[in-house]
Design a protein around this ligand. Structure first.
Ligand code: CAO
Length: 447
């Protein structure tokens, strides 16, 4: 038997913090990881566990004392000769390979370390997996993380970045289960052997915290509509999988607008209303013809481009239940009047929930027009498997320099988001420039 000092280990950003509870008494038999004291800073509290097993011989602290890393907590009688140590020193040892008996997750990680990690730039978490493969991972800085030393040690052994783990314990403390859940998430995405980085279903990041908002005031819980949920899932998937770039531009639609107004006056009796959107649909088709890469889809493996020789355009429609995107077929073969009629019908169907699944399939490119509402620009999310989407905002009169003077022109803001795996920045700019040219002089659509 030997008497050993038990010191406060690495407790991150906690320094000179108050002891609010002493959890052991002289004579208590303690196992490794049993909590000895609870400390509390102005932000949170933390239990300090024992790094060794033994019997408490003497308490060196009391409630109200202030401690920091290295402070003496108790004197402990331990079996055999054990050198004075604390968990902080353990953390400085090279990270050893996980033992096969720890947990299922640890075994998975061990196997992961022997596997090549698929090349991926999609998420930071994939880079973490790459670091897991190094036998001696560089020491991770967990100083800001709120976790006990044992959880810190556990995270270090697995190479998990505690700064990215959301704590589910008291006052947000990170538990061992939180670390396991985080590792599972990381493994369920791109870095897992046999699974490509683009086929994972999760982001590989810690889940969002479950917050009780009623603690700050009155709340009401409103379930999401089915459309909201489906759209949310779809948009989330596309946002994660597709490297987006948004190209902004504006088109001078002064002449187009004069023509549109004239058409509307001529058709006033019939009740037919033509909005700028149908001209934009036509201009987009001209753009797809001029730049066929925009009228393509990546195959599932991401190895081939599938080029389409048809021109079906999806238009996002805002409904009380959420966003839907009916597809207008063969836009290249339809007149402005036909498209206006169809737009009216489809929007009504969408708002009356009468769209069939087939009405929303087979699109080549989508348009999201917020021009009837307002705003200057936005970044729409690509509607996969399409590779680009055009956002349209509200036109307004701007002073445009015509070489001699500033002239008032009606300018239409365009926001083109595209999949950067398929479309280069130069082509993105060419496409919006082309659109602006077509919309600036719609006679060109006939050429
Ligand atoms: N600039 C200025 N005015 C515009 C305009 C623009 N870019 N686009 C439309 N307008 C005008 C129209 O001319 C019309 O004016 P009048 O009533 O004076 O004739 C008015 O705005 C309303 O147009 P609208 O929105 O009803 O018709 P639309 O053909 O432009 O759009 C539809 C139809 C279905 C696309 C639209 O109603 C809609 O739902 N938009 C929302 C789409 C959406 O939510 N996108 C976001 C998805 S991304 O999260």
């Amino acid at each position: 038997m030997a008497i050993q000092e038990v010191l406060v280990p690495d407790i991150g950003s906690f320094k000179d913090v108050e002891i609010i509870e002493v959890l052991v008494s002289v004579g208590d038999t303690i196992a490794v990881e049993d909590s000895l004291i609870t400390i509390e800073s102005d932000k949170s509290s933390m239990e300090i566990p024992s790094p060794v097993a033994g019997v408490i011989k003497e308490l060196k602290v009391k409630v109200g004392d202030r401690i920091s890393e290295g402070s003496l907590v108790v004197m402990m009688e331990v079996a055999g000769i054990v050198e004075t140590q604390n968990l902080a020193s353990l953390q400085q040892q090279p990270v050893s390979a996980p033992t096969p008996t720890t947990t299922v997750e640890t075994q998975n990680l061990a196997s992961l370390q022997q596997q090549p990690v698929p090349i991926s730039t999609t998420t930071v978490e994939t880079q973490n997996l790459a670091s897991l493969r190094q036998p001696h991972s560089p020491k991770l800085d967990f100083s800001k993380a709120y976790a006990t030393p044992s959880v810190r040690k556990f995270a270090r052994e697995l190479g998990a970045d505690l700064n990215k783990v959301t704590g589910s314990g008291r006052k947000g403390r990170i538990t061992q289960d939180d670390v396991k859940a985080y590792i599972k998430d990381v493994m369920s995405m791109g870095g897992v052997p046999g699974k490509s980085a683009t086929s994972g279903n999760t982001l590989g990041v810690a889940p969002m915290p479950d917050i009780d908002f009623s603690q700050w005031g009155a709340i009401e819980t409103v379930p999401l509509s089915r459309i909201n949920k489906l759209t949310g899932e779809f948009l989330h998937r596309n946002w994660v999988h597709i490297p987006h770039v948004t190209q902004f531009d504006q088109a001078d639609i002064t002449d187009l607008e004069a023509f549109r107004k004239q058409l509307n006056e001529e058709n006033a009796k019939s009740g037919m209303k033509i909005t700028p959107l149908v001209f934009i649909m036509k201009a987009v088709v001209a753009g797809l013809k001029a730049y066929p890469r925009f009228n393509s889809s990546l195959d599932a493996k991401g190895e081939n481009l599938i080029r389409k020789s048809y021109y079906n355009i999806g238009v996002a429609v805002d409904t009380p239940d959420g966003l839907v995107v009916p597809v207008f077929r063969d836009v290249d073969k339809k007149s402005i009047m036909q498209l206006s009629e169809e737009l009216k019908e489809m929007s009504a169907k969408a708002r009356d929930k009468k769209l069939k699944p087939a009405d929303m399939q087979g699109g080549c490119f989508s348009i999201s027009s917020l021009g009837g509402i307002g705003g200057t620009k936005f970044t729409p999310i690509v509607n996969a498997p399409e590779v680009a989407i055009l956002g349209v905002s509200k036109s307004d009169i701007q002073p445009i320099w015509n070489g001699k003077e500033f002239a008032p022109r009606l300018m239409l803001p365009l926001s083109l988001s595209y999949d950067h795996r398929v479309i280069d920045g130069a082509d993105g700019a060419r496409f919006t420039t082309y659109l602006a040219k077509m919309l600036g002089d719609i006679r060109r659509l006939l050429v």
